[in-house]
Design a protein around this ligand. Structure first.
Ligand code: ZN
Length: 130
C-alpha cells in the first residue's frame, strides 16, 4: 500500500511531527509484519526520526543544522536556498521503520518528523507499507 500525505509547513525551517498520520497509514494497510518506507520527494525537505516528547530537541536539531549550513553562507547555488539543499542532504530523503504486530516499531520517545528547510510550502511525504 502506498499513500502520499500532504504536509503544509508554516515556516522556513520546521520539524512537523507526522507520527500519528504515518501510524494511520500502517493501520489502514493491514500489514502485520513488514516495513514502512518513508520518502520525501523534495530537494529541500527531509524525513527524520527522533524525540517527539520534548519540543526542545527538534529546536536544537534545527539550530545546529543552521550552524552547519547558515542561510547567509557563501554558496555557488544562486537560488537563495543552498542551505536548505545541504540540510536536506544531511538529514536524508528516506527512512525505513519495521512493522510488527501491525504496528510501527518506534521506541517510546521516537517520533517521525517531516523536516522543512525552505518553507512555508505545501509538501508531500510518501508512505509505503510492504
Ligand atoms: Zn535550490
Amino acid at each position: 500500500m502506498i499513500k502520499v500525505l500532504e504536509v503544509r509547513t508554516a515556516s522556513r525551517n520546521q520539524m512537523v511531527d507526522v507520527t500519528s498520520r504515518v501510524k494511520e497509514v500502517v493501520s489502514a494497510s493491514g500489514v502485520r509484519e513488514g516495513l514502512c518506507v518513508l520518502y520525501v520527494p523534495h530537494t529541500t525537505a527531509a524525513v527524520a526520526i527522533n524525540e517527539g516528547a520534548d519540543p526542545a530537541v527538534a529546536e536544537d536539531i534545527l539550530a545546529q543544522l543552521a550552524r552547519l549550513a547558515p542561510p547567509d553562507g557563501c554558496y555557488s547555488h544562486r537560488e537563495g536556498n543552498a542551505d536548505a539543499h545541504i540540510k536536506a542532504t544531511i538529514v536524508g530523503a528516506s527512512r525505513v521503520v519495521p512493522v510488527s504486530g501491525g504496528r510501527l516499531m518506534l521506541g517510546t520517545w521516537q517520533a517521525v518528523f517531516f523536516c522543512e528547510f525552505d518553507g512555508p510550502r505545501h509538501r508531500k511525504l510518501v508512505v509505503q507499507v510492504i
